[in-house]
Each structure stands twice: as structure tokens, then as C-alpha cells.
Design a protein around this ligand. Structure first.
Ligand SMILES: NC(=O)c1ccc[n+]([C@@H]2O[C@H](COP(=O)([O-])OP(=O)(O)OC[C@H]3O[C@@H](n4cnc5c(N)ncnc54)[C@H](O)[C@@H]3O)[C@@H](O)[C@H]2O)c1
Ligand SMILES: O=C(O)C[C@H](O)C(=O)O
Length: 339
């Protein structure tokens, strides 16, 4: 039997443990942009987020003032575009999302963004390595196939690289793959779960329809694969020079952050596709690869292999691996030459 005093002490301890576990600061770098604003809005609506830190080179305090009026409990703060503002935004963060960088215009590939975005991501990664070395870093800025290796190289140079905590956000590819198959099959997209592996640009995006319980053949399959691989271009063309996907990306980024928070708070079997430092194709010179990843309190818990695929999917994967190796090496080389 416990005395009333012992029970009270236990309740106090449990209460503290629960609140400590559930205190989660999430930082968005690039928070005033097309993705940053709706992403910050969705994070404000997430009860797992207790502190939301917004940083941008413009307008972050304004976005924070606006979002901060929403009647959910989390504290929102916008930081000045200064080195100390950036440092304060990062300190204590459990998750750092990086959508900072320029988007595509019609006619551009994601790789065409490299010249501008590589240095933006490198500099933000330096700040994250200095001020939030243990945070989960979620890279949204394109070209993801290169910006993830850039971030890894920066963290390695500062001696704080943890491959389990660096993620390229490829969730949007899976969101699209589910939506597009549901449009063909007239099903509820919420029940469709299409595995997508590889990277996040054109031919490096490989949907594995054969693993989903759905079947397409011939031209219909080719059109489906093409739509998943080039879904981003549909939005770029429709926006006609005003940017790329922002709202669907905000949803995808918020979903990935929510999955990480759930896993950190002890939920089991949380699986998301993501572009990570992966053993799957290292023997072919591909250091990073997106596949389904089980998330846990330490970030990456288990990287799922690609599994059984058709000959057609194998051909897509072969093209993907060749392109990916080039994208990854470009990012690594950039940091070595421009530390
Ligand atoms: N991973 C994906 O699936 C995915 C999907 C859509 C877009 N993207 C990429 O996300 C990036 C952002 O897209 P967007 O539509 O939000 O662009 P945007 O131009 O609307 O917003 C980018 C924001 O980044 C800010 N910024 C620029 N340099 C910065 C710095 N050094 N520090 C902090 N903030 C900085 C800008 O001020 C701007 O507010 C692009 O590179 C785009 O290609 C990725
Ligand atoms: O297409 C783009 O440039 C943005 C993003 O990567 C997307 O897939 O929508």
C-alpha cells in the first residue's frame, strides 16, 4: 500500500515526466515564404508543438504576430533577421524545418536552383549545427537530392553529424502518388498508401505501385509514373512564374513533423518515406536514398529496404540511382569547395 504522500509524489513525478516529454519546440527557417506561412499555420494548430519559432530574412515577426493570435496553447515567436535572432530561433529546438530558398519558374529543373539555394542551406545548416546540433533537421529547400548532402557535410565539418536526425522531406511525392492513383481508380486517397523511393526530382522519384495492391499496365502505368515524377512541374506551370507547390507542401511538411513528434513521444510503428543517409545503395556510390523509414525517439529507427519490385520498377530504379549519385556528389563537392 502507498501512503497518500507517496502517491502524491508519484503523481507529481509522472506529471513532470509527461510535460517534459511533451514540450516540443519547432523552428521554421524561411517561415515567411510560400511554404513557410501555411506550414507555420499548420504547426500552430498541432497540439504536440508547444513552442513555434519563426525565422526568415524578412517578415518573420509579422507572420508570428498573426499566427500567434490563433487560440491554441503554443507560444509563437518571430525572430529578427540577425545572427543572434537566428541563434535564438534555433536554441532548444527539437525539430528544425528548412523551406528557405527560391522556388522554380516554368522551364527550370530543381537542379537549376542549386546555385542560389546551396549557399542558403549551407549557411542555415551552419547555424543549426552551432545552436541546435541535436535537433531533427528537415530539409524542404530544393534540390533536396543535393541540399541534404550539403547539410550533412556542414554537420560533419563541425563534428556534430548524426545521420539519424537528418531528413530530406519527400512526403509530397507520396501524397501525390496516393492522390493520383485515387483519381484513376476512383478510391478514397486516404486509403491509398503508395511507396515512393529514390530522391526528390524527376526520374529520381520512383513510385512502386506493385507494392500497393493497385495495378496499372501499359500506357496508363507510364502516364501515372510520369505524373508522380513530374507532379511538381504541373504546379510550377499552373502558377506561371509565381512559384511552385506551397500549400500541398505545407501539408506534407506538417505531416512529417507530426510523425516525428509522435515517434518522439513514444508512438510505435510510425513510418514515413524520407531521403536519409541510407545503407541501401552505398555499394553503388549512393549515400542518401529515400525509402520508408520507421521513426523513433532517436530519429531514424529503421530504414526499410525497397523490397520486391517488378522489372519495370527496377529499370526506373536504375535510372534513379545514376541521377542521384550525381546530385549527391554535387552537394558534397560544393561544401568541400565552399566551406
Ligand atoms: N521538398 C519538397 O517537396 C518541396 C516542395 C515544394 C517546394 N520546395 C522548395 O522549397 C523552397 C521554398 O519554396 P517557397 O515556395 O516557400 O519559396 P518562397 O520564395 O515563397 O519562400 C522562401 C522563403 O525563404 C526565405 N529565405 C531566403 N533566404 C533565406 C535565409 N538565408 N534565411 C531564412 N529565410 C530565407 C525568403 O525570404 C522566403 O520567405 C524552394 O526551394 C522550393 O523548391 C520543396
Ligand atoms: O516542383 C518543385 O520545384 C517544388 C517541389 O519540389 C515539388 O515537388 O512540388
Amino acid at each position: 500500500m502507498f501512503s497518500a504522500r507517496q502517491i502524491f509524489a508519484q503523481v507529481q513525478r509522472r506529471g513532470f515526466a509527461a510535460s517534459a516529454r511533451q514540450s516540443s519546440k519547432v523552428t521554421v527557417l524561411g517561415a515567411a515564404g510560400g511554404i513557410g506561412q501555411p506550414l507555420s499555420l499548420l504547426l500552430k494548430l498541432n497540439p504536440r508543438v508547444t513552442k513555434l519559432a519563426l525565422y526568415d530574412i524578412r517578415l518573420a515577426p509579422g507572420v508570428a504576430a498573426d499566427i500567434g493570435h490563433i487560440n491554441t496553447q503554443s507560444e509563437v515567436r518571430g525572430y529578427d533577421a540577425t545572427p543572434s535572432g537566428l541563434a535564438d530561433a534555433l536554441k532548444g529546438a527539437e525539430i528544425v524545418l528548412i523551406p528557405a530558398g527560391v522556388p522554380r519558374k516554368p522551364g527550370m529543373t530543381r537542379d537549376d536552383l542549386f546555385n542560389t539555394n546551396a549557399s542558403i542551406v549551407r549557411d542555415l545548416a551552419k547555424a543549426a549545427a552551432d545552436h541546435a546540433p541535436e535537433a531533427n533537421i528537415l530539409i524542404i529547400a530544393n534540390p533536396v537530392n543535393s541540399t541534404v548532402p550539403i547539410t550533412a557535410e556542414v554537420f560533419k565539418a563541425k563534428g556534430v553529424y548524426n545521420p539519424k536526425r537528418l531528413f530530406g522531406v519527400t512526403t509530397l511525392d507520396v501524397v501525390r502518388a496516393s492522390r493520383f492513383i485515387s483519381q484513376i481508380k476512383n478510391t478514397d486517397p486516404a486509403n491509398e498508401n503508395i511507396t515512393v523511393v529514390g530522391g526528390h526530382s524527376g526520374a529520381t522519384i520512383v513510385p512502386l505501385l506493385s507494392q500497393s495492391g493497385q495495378n496499372l499496365t501499359g500506357e496508363q502505368l507510364d502516364q501515372y509514373v510520369h505524373r508522380v515524377q513530374f507532379g511538381g512541374d504541373e504546379v510550377v506551370q499552373a502558377k506561371d512564374g509565381a512559384g511552385s507547390a506551397t500549400l500541398s507542401m505545407a501539408m506534407a511538411g506538417a505531416r512529417f513533423a507530426e510523425s516525428l513528434l509522435k515517434a518522439a513521444q513514444g508512438q510505435k510503428n510510425v513510418i514515413e518515406p524520407t531521403f536519409v543517409d541510407s545503407p541501401l545503395y552505398k555499394d553503388q556510390g549512393v549515400e542518401y536514398f529515400a525509402s520508408n523509414v520507421e521513426l523513433g525517439p532517436n530519429g531514424v529507427e529503421k530504414i526499410h529496404p525497397v523490397g520486391k519490385i517488378t522489372d519495370h520498377e527496377q529499370k526506373l530504379l536504375d535510372v534513379c540511382l545514376k541521377d542521384l549519385a550525381g546530385n549527391i556528389n554535387k552537394g558534397v563537392k560544393f561544401v568541400k569547395e565552399n566551406p
